[in-house]
Design a protein around this ligand. Sequence first.
Ligand SMILES: Cc1ncccc1-c1cc(O)c2nc[nH]c(=O)c2c1
Ligand SMILES: [Mg+2]
Length: 214
Amino acid sequence: TRSTRPQRLLGAVQKSATRGDPCSVVNAIDQFCRHTEWAMNVGDEKGCILDSVVSEVNPATVLELGTYCGYSTVRIARLLPPHAKLITLEFNPDFAAIARQVIAWAGMEEKVHLVEGASGEWIPKIKEQFGVKALDLVFLDHWKDQYLPDTKLIEECGLLRKGSVLLADNVIFPGAPQYLEYVRSSQQYESQYFKSHLEYTKVEDGLEKSVFLG
Ligand SMILES: Cc1ncccc1-c1cc(O)c2nc[nH]c(=O)c2c1
Ligand SMILES: [Mg+2]
């Protein structure tokens, strides 16, 4: 039976990337998705913006909503100091199974906790399950309609501190208008839009960076 897109993406990683080298995994996925088969990774152009935000925040604890095949998981984890923790939530078990193998190929297992399940169920459990006091960075890249309810849930669970950063993908395409309205109008956030393009295309998209003011 026909392979799935995530399986073909994993195959490209295993063929072209070096075990234990996260940069080669990122590059192999970008090469595959640009020249062979498009996939919904944050990609190289928005990925550079992600890199700059991660480096600026230098987070001890990161929450990623939406793992998919683990591209941004590896992209973020490669920049984290040794004992930093990245918790990534993925609802789709088939995606999670591929992501685990991509993360392992990159040698990033130590820094990554991949949790299979719904963000709405798991966000309230993060503090107790992972001994997390606060999230330094949240990367929203799961489902546009979940960005706002999950942000409110993260606030209600007391997971943000002064200076915590929310970074949201796809705020233009597919688009998260209610989320944008919320973070841009709230007195509790200082928001900034980074104009870019939908991964591997010329279509406009961008990332919204929102600093929690407490
Ligand atoms: C799948 C797709 N088709 C056409 C245009 C954009 C997308 C697209 C792109 C992304 O970066 C996504 N990130 C997280 N979750 C998504 O559902 C998603 C969908
Ligand atoms: Mg995305």
